[in-house]
Design a protein around this ligand. Structure first.
Ligand code: UD1
Ligand code: CA
Length: 435
């Protein structure tokens, strides 16, 4: 999409009290990114003039968004004296003559869904949808195909509450309209707030052109509570999974799979039910089996799980990771680690077999240390490798061995075991049983 001569203002100053959270509403995550991030990403596709209005927890919001974007104008709303969505617009200075206003709590919005606001021409274009349950939204009063006014739920009378056409919360205003009516807004309403929505009635009285645009809740849903957040997540996840299935990724029971937005699949991949894949994970020609968690990891020509946990910065290539294996910040190439292991801060090379119950003891209570394991090493079950340690190529570690720090030369067998003792007939004597 090409950028248009349109300014975008995103309202993100509200308290979001219905979230019942200490965190600013717009910083709640959807598919691993704050709601506000998703809106800015899409806004960027159509505009080079984006203003975000902040107030509540403004430092946290500015800092978080600053991690992702560096060309956003932040405006601080005076919420003490001018609370409400109308108050939010008072300090805004837009570059272009057309201004698209978005709410910061609409994480499902797409640039594509905003097309209508770019194409139509009117003093005000406003988004509406029809809901079976309009609870929480402002009701739009339309008579003779003509938008007359918007009434907020808290100010509505019984007849107005029964209206199911609601304000989706996105508008395109001509700059003139905003300059004319914003200064005249009042806070004479149930919430004692300056409502941006009051502009509609004011403009209607002076016969400005107001065009309603029917939009889809799947893109325009507002998130006001944790339940809304979960519902929006479901819609976003559905989009992400559909995109990857269309790109050739096989998924079993996709509705049970969670994939964050920066995850990338290449080649022929399969993700089984109940997996969680996060961060900038990159998965190439690999199979992620049921119940596995992959965080910010690289996986190529490998299979992982069921129930494997790949923690951040794991690099897995040509490798088999089996059940209950936890890997953290480790590089495994051409390795088999079939069962029940912790491999942290390690580098493990081709042909090496990690026996069940192997643990890299990477932490001494103060610092973390590296484990380096060469090629064709056989590590017996239930071994502990105390880092820092280097095991050269062609080494055998006997089952049950604790290998202390240092360097193990190639060709060695390492074994540390107490000698096995046999006490004849102890069992029968102890349990007083006859043979
Ligand atoms: C608003 C609309 C309502 C519409 C709904 C759609 C108004 C008065 N009401 O209601 O008609 O159906 O959105 O989702 O506009 N904000 C500020 N400063 C403030 C208050 C809010 O920037 O002082 C921001 C919030 O951070 C939020 C957005 O504006 O991102 C909307 O605020 P919210 O309180 O969620 O409005 P709704 O009650 O949902
Ligand atoms: Ca809202």
């Amino acid at each position: 999409m090409k950028k248009e001569n349109i300014s975008i203002v995103i309202l993100a100053a509200g308290k979001g009290s219905r979230m019942k959270s200490l965190k600013a509403k717009v910083l709640h995550n959807i598919s691993g990114k704050p709601m506000l991030y998703h809106i800015i990403r899409e806004s960027h596709k159509i505009s080079d003039d984006i203003t975000v209005v902040v107030a509540h927890q403004k430092d946290a919001v500015i800092q978080e968004i600053g991690k992702h974007f560096n060309d956003i104008t932040f405006v601080v709303q005076d919420t003490q004296n001018f609370p409400g969505t109308g108050g939010a617009m008072m300090q805004v200075e837009a570059k272009y003559d057309k201004i698209l206003v978005l709410n910061g709590d609409m994480p499902l919005i797409t640039a594509d869904a905003l097309k209508g606001f770019l194409e139509l021409k009117a003093d005000i274009i406003m988004s509406i949808f029809d809901l079976k349950n309009p609870n929480g939204y402002g009701r739009v009063i339309i008579r003779n195909n003509h938008v007359e006014y918007i009434v907020e739920q808290k100010d509505a009378d019984d007849a107005e509450l029964n209206v199911t056409t609601v304000n989706a919360g996105v508008y395109a205003f001509s700059k003139v309209i905003l300059e004319q009516y914003i200064p005249d807004l009042s806070n004479d309403n149930a919430q004692q707030e300056y409502y941006l929505t009051d502009i509609i009635a004011m403009a209607n009285e002076e016969e400005s052109s107001i065009v309603p645009l029917l939009v889809d809740e799947k893109q325009f849903k507002g998130v006001n509570s944790k339940k809304d957040l979960a519902d929006a997540e479901e819609i976003m996840q559905n989009r992400i999974r559909t995109k990857w299935m269309n790109a050739g990724v096989s998924m079993q029971l996709p509705s049970t799979i969670y994939i964050e937005e920066d995850v990338v699949f290449e080649g022929e991949c399969e993700v089984q039910n109940g997996c969680r894949i996060t961060g900038k994970s990159r998965i190439i020609n690999s199979q992620i089996k049921a119940g596995s968690v992959v965080e910010e990891s690289f996986i190529k020509n490998s299979n992982c799980g069921p129930m494997a946990h790949l923690r951040p910065l794991s690099h897995i290539e040509d490798t088999h990771i089996g059940n209950f294996v936890e890997v953290k910040k480790s590089t495994l190439k051409g390795v088999k680690a079939g069962h029940l292991s912790y491999l942290g801060d390690a580098e493990i090379n081709e042909g090496t077999n990690i026996g069940a119950g192997t643990i890299t003891c990477n932490y001494d209570g103060i610092n973390k240390y590296k484990t380096v394991i060469g090629k064709n090493v056989f590590i017996g079950s239930d071994s502990q490798l105390i880092a820092p340690i280097t095991i050269k190529n062609d080494v055998m570690i006997a089952a049950g061995t604790t290998v202390t720090s240092g360097e193990i030369a190639g060709g060695n067998l390492v074994i540390s075991r107490t000698k096995t003792r046999f006490i004849k007939d102890f069992y029968y004597n102890f349990f007083k049983k006859s043979k």
